[in-house]
Design a protein around this ligand. Structure first.
Ligand SMILES: NC(=O)c1ccc[n+]([C@@H]2O[C@H](COP(=O)([O-])OP(=O)(O)OC[C@H]3O[C@@H](n4cnc5c(N)ncnc54)[C@H](O)[C@@H]3O)[C@@H](O)[C@H]2O)c1
Length: 353
């Protein structure tokens, strides 16, 4: 793995989230944000304003190629609309750049595995910015599940709702790649797989396109029965047709207890038979990175070797998203092994070692 002393960093799509990520990453003294590309001059202006210095600017849809070709970068951040992530990422990897990328990594499990394989082949740092892998609540829940505190995982209920109508590019099938199921829903697919350590096996259920009674062009709501490869089965509900703000409720059931977390009952609660529910202290291991940018900067500069969100998480989530979209479209059970086979791969290709 390359160990750069400083990181010459280029930004692809410094919109709302991109700027947020870059300003946080830029706190690391090893990071030098030197270039950016966007179709909007306003977003480039706001990036420079927030950084407090000028960057090399590349405007237009092919700006990422010009930026990568001419700026002698070490790494890029990909923060563009969902369906553009694949082209932006592959071009960066082909040019030997480390990549930090926003969820939902890239659309489609076939593309996701291709990206993961290229990053691994080139021994490049590739980190997906699922920030819940850095939140004490989910890190603690994952650790308790791994330790066997709730026994074998048998079931789950994962619900998120957001007032999400699909504004801007999110409302265009050309850019969204699966509406709310693939947008905020991606985080909840991720934490289910992250905490349980399992992969998706099959999905049945439905989606709709309805927001406040009107049909939108992209998937807004979905409710699914999901089976995982460890034998657990449960319900995954992603809602965009909500009133005001955001809400969630996540429950993981095992043979010896249940973990619950969610905005209705903040923190993490352990329920065990014959005992009162117990609030679990939330902790992360010593030296744990504070956020995805911190993890990325330390990886690229050789200050850590632990990548807390490698590309294969993105590939596992892409498989689940593909299955949710296929089940919703056909009304039939989507079998994940079949989807992987159709893409030319198997579970071996998405297993995190
Ligand atoms: N992790 C989170 O909690 C979280 C939250 C919000 C958004 N996101 C993710 O961040 C990414 C961006 O979302 P956002 O909310 O910042 O959207 P945004 O619209 O604010 O930003 C997208 C940026 O990409 C630019 N863009 C569009 N086409 C481009 C092209 N061809 N080349 C270069 N730039 C282009 C847009 O002009 C804009 O500046 C998405 O992947 C989204 O899912 C993640």
């Amino acid at each position: 793995m390359a160990k750069a002393k400083t990181i010459r960093f280029g930004v692809i799509g410094p919109g709302g989230m991109g700027r947020n990520r870059v300003f946080s990453l830029n706190k690391d003294k090893a990071v030098d944000v030197v270039a950016a590309t966007d179709t909007s001059a306003d977003c480039l202006d706001k990036l420079e304003e927030g950084l407090g210095h000028k960057v090399a600017r590349f405007k237009g849809p092919n700006g990422y190629q010009k930026m990568i070709d001419s700026c002698e970068l070490d790494a890029v951040g990909v923060f563009s609309p969902h369906t553009l992530h694949y082209d932006h990422t592959m071009y960066a990897l082909e040019h030997n750049l480390h990549v930090m990328i926003e969820k939902p990594m890239v659309c489609g499990v076939k593309n996701a595995i291709a990206v993961a394989k290229l990053a691994a082949k080139k021994k490049l740092v590739f980190l997906l910015t699922y920030q819940r892998h850095f939140e004490a609540k989910y890190v603690t829940a994952r650790r308790l599940i791994q330790k066997g505190t709730i026994g074998d995982v048998t079931g789950f209920y994962v619900y998120m709702a957001q007032d999400w109508r699909g504004n801007g590019w999110r409302g265009s099938p050309k850019y969204s790649g699966g509406g709310q199921l693939n947008d905020s829903g991606s985080h909840y697919q991720d934490i289910l797989l992250y905490m349980t350590g399992a992969m998706p096996k099959s999905v049945q259920g439905s989606y709709d396109f309805l927001y406040h009674g009107a049909r939108r062009p992209i998937e807004i709501n979905g409710s699914y029965s999901v089976e995982l490869t460890n034998g657990a089965a449960g319900r995954l509900i992603i809602i965009g047709d909500y009133i005001k703000g955001f809400s969630d409720d996540v429950r993981i059931q095992g043979t010896k207890g249940i973990l619950t977390m969610g905005m209705g009952s903040p923190g993490l609660t352990l329920h065990q038979p014959g005992k009162d529910p117990k609030a679990v202290p939330l902790t992360v291991p010593r030296g744990y990175p504070s956020d995805p940018g911190d993890n990325f900067a330390k990886l690229v500069t050789g200050r850590t070797t632990a990548n807390h969100v490698p590309a294969l998480f993105g590939a596992q989530v892409a498989l689940l998203t593909d299955a949710m979209l296929a089940a919703g479209k056909t009304g039939r059970k989507a079998n994940c092994a079949t989807l992987l086979k159709r893409a030319g791969y198997s579970y071996k290709d998405i297993t995190i070692k």
